[in-house]
Design a protein around this ligand. Structure first.
Ligand SMILES: Nc1ncnc2c1ncn2[C@@H]1O[C@H](COP(=O)(O)OP(=O)(O)O)[C@@H](O)[C@H]1O
Ligand SMILES: [Mg+2]
Length: 300
């Protein structure tokens, strides 16, 4: 089942510009869904709409199978979120900050220590939140979002501005919350490298439109399909002739013949034919086509 399902969601801030164009996406229960797109793609707008922070103009939003609008309060009690920078009281300790939210959320005060330990801030004692690193503030915000034991977390670029250590800590924390507490996580990012290390599922948005949705494995498969093998030989033109006679899709690129095949026996056979024709083969390699290239091709 999907814990979040959006259908045909469009949005405009001004009449002139539509910033979301019939966005549909499904966050499977138990997944970490990486919502990936360059700056300005429409990620924050989408997340704000899901949380009811913006007025919905069209389309459909369902949380845990129920339409959002008529069940707003009940559904929001199942969601924890971190959208802008966390609102942290600088003059209060982590514990005191959470006491404020605990009263707002009306959850038992025993939860405070639990969530502090969960996010790794249990040791901060009398230190004021104003003296926390950005990573610690971000984790404090996450602790507040976890107080009411949500089953879904919605996080907008939670690693933005963090140093490398803070990024790793946040990523590991999210994985732990997902794995050990079964919390489904919808997390946006403009960095493929981040999503790749964290997500089980990926949705790619660009200029307000969804370009891809699937598992991380499906995205990688797509990458493999559009990749292939490159032959670096002493005579590109002649090598192309020979390889094209076996595989019409072969192309000459920068003096190397690239051909979209993965069959090992066929690669060996092509190599044999090249050598037999007296063409020196210097190198046979997989074409450079990493996920970054796929992403760039998608958003071109
Ligand atoms: N409050 C706003 N008023 C007008 N335009 C906005 C507002 N917020 C965002 N936009 C525009 O909507 C588009 C999508 O923005 P946003 O959802 O913030 O993208 P992302 O989070 O992917 O960077 C951008 O072109 C942005 O300039
Ligand atoms: Mg944003």
């Amino acid at each position: 089942m999907s814990c979040i399902e959006i259908n045909q969601l469009s949005h405009h801030y001004s009449r002139a510009e539509q910033v979301l164009k019939e966005v549909s996406l499904k966050v499977p229960e138990g997944s970490i869904y990486g919502f990936l797109g360059p700056n300005g793609a429409g990620k924050t707008t989408t997340l704000r709409l899901i949380l009811g922070l913006l007025r919905q103009q069209s389309g459909e939003i369902k949380i845990l199978g129920k339409p959002f609008a008529p069940h707003r309060e009940a559904l929001l009690s199942k969601i924890g979120s971190l959208i802008e920078n966390p609102s942290v009281y600088a003059q209060l300790t982590a514990m005191e900050n959470l006491k404020v939210w605990q009263k707002v959320y009306q959850c038992p005060s025993t939860r405070i220590e639990e969530v502090l330990d969960l996010v790794g801030l249990g040791h901060t004692g009398k230190k004021k939140a104003g003296q926390f690193s950005l990573g610690m503030k971000q984790r404090l915000g996450l602790a507040a979002a976890l107080l009411h034991q949500p089953s879904i977390l919605i996080l907008d670029e939670p690693t933005n501005g963090l140093d490398p250590g803070g990024i790793v800590e946040m990523r590991e924390l999210l994985k732990t919350l997902n794995r050990e507490l079964g919390i489904s996580i919808l997390v946006s990012s403009h960095l493929l490298s981040e999503v790749e290390k964290l997500a089980t599922h990926v949705g790619i948005i660009h200029l307000g439109q969804m370009l891809f949705e699937g598992t991380l494995d499906e995205l990688k498969k797509r990458q493999q399909q559009s990749s292939g093998i490159q032959f670096d030989t002493g005579d590109g033109a002649k090598a192309l002739q020979i390889i094209q006679s076996q595989h019409a899709a072969a192309k000459l690129e920068n003096g190397q013949v690239s051909v979209p095949i993965h069959d090992r026996a066929l690669i060996a056979e092509l190599n044999r034919q090249l050598v037999q024709a007296g063409i020196p083969v210097y190198q046979i390699q997989a074409a450079q086509n990493d996920l970054e290239t796929i992403f760039m091709n998608l958003i071109k």
